[in-house]
Design a protein around this ligand. Structure first.
Ligand code: FAD
Length: 513
């Protein structure tokens, strides 16, 4: 909408700058300053609530050409930067642009449509995954295979990071489930890319932290959407047994038995309403009291493995037999288990209920000092012993996810940095801070310090690990993060964004002047 204004005076706008010359930031900003500019305060914060950075303009492009014009103009300015903002759900200012231009990707069209062969859907880069689910299921009875737990995230935002959930072991992450993209590069060009055409750009952008171009459209493969999901949780007291079972499920030769594998750590305490025993039951009206199963020696935390099987017809799809076959091989505490049959859309939308509860309790608005790690299977038992059982033994006021996935589900040509081992775990510390006058800030600082302590521990033990959705503020840390991939990341930046106009909130490169 905003940049469409430029359509009225295209020659005048492009006439502001001539090749090889830069124009002052003020001149460029004045040229795109119209009445319906978005509220910059919205673009000055994100879900993390710990970083505040005010852009000069918050624009709402409605077409890829709008995005191209904004990038073209910023590239010709003396020092303006541009950040695409999906739904602002990163937690470290990654979608911000201090003094620059933030593009609200939620306004981007055109709407979703089926690809010609009917096996994929074309979606705008700013669409939410919840909207993709709703559209594909209701229009075609199909759906993309790979999801995130929470669906209030944009396609462009998760493709810039990875996009992982319990389907990952079977179908790979969301970045491995893209057929083609339209990307606007900082030279203002709209480029189609895929594994066979402009493939370097395609793989650079996937997990590329918004550094190489803005995703304006993505083509996502579709599978038949099941009607129902058998959703099961089982509890373990011993992490090694939990991890052994989880790894056997995600590496079994025939992965078709299960459609989803996740897990989480919870506090061995009935009185913790968020991270304690009561976080285990699937349905709200059931309670969990594991005391009859527990030995006095059981530790401060317990472990829950979460599984799902998709089906249409319970009998015809043999769901009971498939579930029985899986459970028979697992070594959880028999009796400490929960099960529910829910609709597929309800299952994928399950975190919406958590969101509603957090909004009602005020914890959706307080800071979220989250830490996500990928940790190799070889280090996860030691990590549990030192981090879950010691540092985090009292919980974090939110979920502590831990589940394995396979590296072979990713593609080494993508920008994303991963541990070296074939099986690695996502550890997600999804902290929610209780509201209270003056207290939330202090609690957030303490949580940040605990995150730093965990990172120091991982480094000192020499774990094979990477931060997922990383935050660093100097080049040395970024180089260490990418390791052997750093040289290629820098080369790609030189190739696609030599002036470092894009995604300044990641603090990787400085804008050339
Ligand atoms: P933003 O946060 O707005 O942007 C993130 C980065 O991507 C920024 O650098 C931005 O400039 C860039 N970007 C955004 N759009 C584009 C685009 N179109 N083209 C190029 N660059 C772009 N992640 C998972 O993998 N699995 C989960 O289960 C999961 N659950 C989550 C649950 C919650 C409640 C929250 C808050 C986050 C969760 N995440 C999860 C993290 C999520 O993947 C990141 O927050 C991610 O950044 C997507 O959020 P977003 O769409 O709001 O993008």
């Amino acid at each position: 909408m905003m940049i469409a204004y430029l359509d009225h005076h295209p020659h005048q706008q492009y006439g502001l700058v001539s090749a090889g010359e830069s124009t002052s930031d003020e001149t460029i900003l004045c040229a795109i300053d119209v009445d319906d500019a978005g509220d910059v305060s919205v673009a000055s914060r994100d879900f993390g609530g710990g970083v505040f950075s005010r852009p000069a303009r918050f624009l709402r492009p409605s077409t890829a050409d709008d995005v191209a014009r904004a990038l073209h103009l910023a590239g010709r300015s003396a020092g303006l930067t541009v950040a695409a903002r999906g739904n602002g759900h990163c937690v470290g200012g990654q979608a911000m642009a201090a003094g620059g231009i933030v593009l609200d990707m939620r306004g981007l069209g055109p709407q979703m449509s089926l690809a010609l062969d009917g096996a994929a859907v074309d979606v705008p880069g700013g669409v939410l995954w919840s909207e993709v689910l709703e559209w594909t299921v209701s229009n075609k009875g199909m759906a993309p295979p790979s999801w995130t737990d929470y669906l209030g995230l944009t396609v462009g935002g998760t493709l810039s990071n990875g996009g992982v959930s319990g389907q990952c072991f079977r179908y790979g992450p969301q970045v491995a489930n893209v057929v083609e993209m339209e990307v606007v590069t900082p030279d203002g060009m709209r480029r189609l890319c895929s594994p066979s055409s402009n493939s370097d750009l395609f793989f650079a952008v996937l997990g590329g932290l918004g550094q190489f171009g803005i995703i304006t459209r993505a083509r996502l493969p579709l599978l038949a959407a099941p009607k129902m999901v058998r959703w099961r949780r089982v509890v373990y007291t011993d992490f090694e047994i939990f991890a052994g079972d989880a790894e056997s499920l995600v590496t079994q030769a025939d992965s078709s038995t299960l459609d989803y594998v996740e897990g989480f750590v919870f506090v061995n305490d009935v009185s913790d309403p968020v991270s304690g025993w009561n976080s285990v039951p699937i349905l709200p009206d059931s309670a969990f009291d594991p005391s009859e199963f527990l030995a006095d020696s059981s530790g401060p935390v317990l472990y829950c493995l979460e599984l799902a099987l998709y089906y249409d017809d319970r009998a015809a799809d043999h769901v009971d037999e498939r579930e029985e076959e899986t459970l028979r091989r697992l070594r959880y505490m028999k009796g400490a288990e929960f099960s529910a049959d829910v609709g597929y859309v309800e299952f994928l939308s399950r975190v919406a209920k958590v969101e509603a509860k957090a909004r009602a309790g005020g914890t959706w608005e307080t800071p979220h000092p989250w830490l996500n790690l990928f940790i190799s299977a070889g280090d996860i038992v030691d990590f549990d012993r030192h981090v879950f059982q010691c540092i985090l033994r009292r919980g974090i006021g939110g979920p502590m996810l831990v589940y394995p996935m396979r590296r072979s589900g990713w593609d080494d040509r993508m920008s994303v940095a991963l541990p070296r081992s074939e099986v690695f775990y996502l550890v997600a510390l999804l902290r929610f801070i209780a509201p209270g006058p003056g207290e939330a800030g202090e609690a957030a600082k303490a949580a940040e310090e605990q995150n730093r302590q965990i990172l120091r521990h991982c480094r000192s033990k020499g774990y094979d690990f990477k931060v997922y959705i990383p935050r660093y503020d100097n080049e040395a840390d970024w180089a260490a993060h990418f390791g052997g991939g750093w040289g290629s990341f820098v080369q790609r930046k030189r190739r696609y964004d030599p002036m470092a106009v894009l995604a300044p909130g990641q603090n990787i490169f400085s804008r050339a002047r």
